[in-house]
Ligand binder design. Sequence first.
Ligand SMILES: [Cu+2]
Length: 122
Amino acid sequence: MNRILSNIAPVFALIGILSAGSSMPAVAAAHPSIDIVASNWKFTPDTIELHVGQPTTLRVTSSEGVHGLKSDELGIAQTTIMPGQYSKVDVTPSKAGTYVLHCSIVCGAGHSNMILTVHVLP
Ligand SMILES: [Cu+2]
């Protein structure tokens, strides 16, 4: 019995090291993130709030169809939103205002109504 315990002890030590390591991303995620789900033909939520100078991660995914996000004013490069996949978009707004982002990929009949409104607060 003792021999079995001494054989598995290093395994527990290793698990301890691995789980300590896996808690590190929580530190890196110190800035806020917002989940956005695209579908035919809307973003949910369809309105978000950001703050000037505050880095925020947008985690965008699709539950239906391929869509896109892009904003020159907010510094968001063309991002394709694929069903079942999360894309991370880091954004740090520099100017307060209301920004209207249209879906950046032609996605069907309701494409022109597919809008994400971003309120950037001072
Ligand atoms: Cu779309």
